[in-house]
Design a protein around this ligand. Structure first.
Ligand SMILES: Cc1ncc(COP(=O)(O)O)c(C=O)c1O
Length: 423
């Protein structure tokens, strides 16, 4: 093989080796089943299918139509949605499309600030600016780590936004959709709920149900707690169908990623069969890891509320050098986390916290006893001044027993680099 190509292949092999031997705790990631991996490597990744089912701009789309039809059907069934669009290629793409569909330049919008858990695409750095929207942040209660429901209702009525954007990236507890709906109805606003982080929990019916609680539109990436290929989905009521569809194609997507759509279909089926059990174990694991870290003397947020009702745990690590230093230290022991701003952080330069997500560890079969072991590894690295390499050896040993993806039909050796097309 060409030397230049071998360099790329070797880096990819090493990446696989790292993740076969690490504890992936990034809250926005997951791993797919092998059927999904096969579809991602299929010819679908080479094709174009601009347009809609039965009305494409290109020939050769007969089977692509079949796949997209099935994907939409499975998504509608699983999420009990009147309409779905499976074309957005990422969560940000879905948010851009939804906000362009439902607002006009100059309209007001309310969303969480990034330090309170909003995603960057909810902030003045992204869609609200490019759409020229007047952004007002939703009031947040840092003690409860949630939107302040009373102030939210009051401020919605005062500010009369056109759109309220709920959901976020730091997302421990269900957001007050019912209250937002009540206030939104008084000022004729629409509610978009960004479920990117919690879609897998919603699929398993273990979190709030945004469509039933009053969201008009749900946007979501499909690869965080929902363990599908990278991409996104929009769910909405039938009355918004045309605006949403137009804002996706041709508004913000030309060709959607057909191999990802096929992978999404398979993951929807996996979640139909295993979603409840998977989501329930995620919640138990998150609580177990939070409790164990707390007992190891970490400053885990929201002890008074049982720490979390999602896949996420937030730890204030200012006492140990801050989020950046702690995440880098943990990485040396093959414990993969990320630094995260906490509500009192004024700038993104020195985040005070780390955010942990247990969805991928759950997907590979880990349960409460492994969570306790991981908390002890983290204590030894962060507080114990222990050589990270010694902990790393134990992490690698622990991972040996967890190489297969669960809650799907074929998860054997799912971290292995695909050396050959033997499938
Ligand atoms: C709440 C939220 N929305 C949107 C996104 C963006 O998703 P994507 O990376 O698929 O564009 C993220 C990513 O982490 C997120 O946390």
């Amino acid at each position: 093989m060409q030397e230049e190509i071998e360099g790329v292949m070797n880096a990819a092999r090493k990446h696989h080796e790292l993740f076969e031997n690490a504890l992936p705790l990034i809250a926005s990631e997951n791993i797919t089943s092998n059927t999904v991996r096969r579809l991602l490597a299929s010819d679908l990744s080479h094709r174009y299918a601009e347009g809609d089912i039965g009305n494409r701009f290109y020939q050769g789309c007969e089977y692509i139509d079949e796949i997209e039809k099935l994907t939409m059907r499975y998504a509608k069934e699983l999420f009990e949605a009147e309409h779905v669009n499976v074309k957005p290629t990422s969560g940000v793409n879905a948010n851009i499309a939804a906000l362009f569909a439902l607002t006009s330049p100059g309209d007001g919008i309310m969303a969480l600030s990034v330090s309170d858990g909003g995603h960057i695409s909810h902030s003045r750095f992204s869609v609200p600016s490019i759409r020229d929207l007047k952004l007002k942040n939703l009031p947040f209660d840092p003690k409860e780590m949630n939107i302040d429901p009373d102030r939210m209702e009051k401020e919605i009525k005062e500010n009369k936004p056109k759109l309220i954007l709920l959901g976020g990236s730091l997302f421990l507890f269900p957001h007050p959709i019912l209250g937002a709906r009540k206030a939104a109805d008084e000022v004729d606003a629409e509610i978009v709920y960004d479920a990117s982080h919690v879609l897998g929990l919603i699929a398993g019916k273990k979190f709030q149900d945004p469509l039933r609680e009053g969201a008009d539109v749900v946007t979501s990436s499909t690869h965080k707690t929902f363990p599908g290929p990278q991409g996104a989905i929009i769910l909405c009521r039938n009355n918004l169908r045309d605006e949403i569809d137009k804002a996706v194609f041709p508004g913000t997507v030309s060709n959607h990623h057909l191999h990802h759509v096929a992978g999404l279909a398979v993951t929807l089926v996996e979640m139909k069969h295993f979603g409840a059990e998977y989501a329930s174990q995620i919640l138990s694991n998150a609580k177990a890891l939070a409790q164990s870290l707390y007992e190891e003397n970490f400053d885990v947020l929201c002890e008074h509320k049982g720490f979390t009702e999602s896949h996420q745990i937030v730890v204030d690590v200012r006492g140990y050098g801050g989020g950046d230093a702690v995440a880098k230290k943990l990485e040396k022991a093959n414990i993969i986390t990320n630094k995260n701003m906490l509500p009192f952080d004024k700038t993104p330069e020195a985040p005070s916290g780390i955010r942990l997500g247990v969805q991928e560890l759950t997907r590979i079969g880990m349960k409460e006893s492994e969570m306790r072991e991981i908390a002890s590894f983290m204590k030894r690295v962060v507080m114990g001044e222990e050589d990270e390499n010694r902990v790393k050896e134990e992490v690698i040993e622990l991972r040996k027993g967890f190489q297969h993806v669960q809650y799907c039909f074929d998860g054997e050796d799912a971290y292995k680099f695909p050396e050959a097309f033997s499938f």
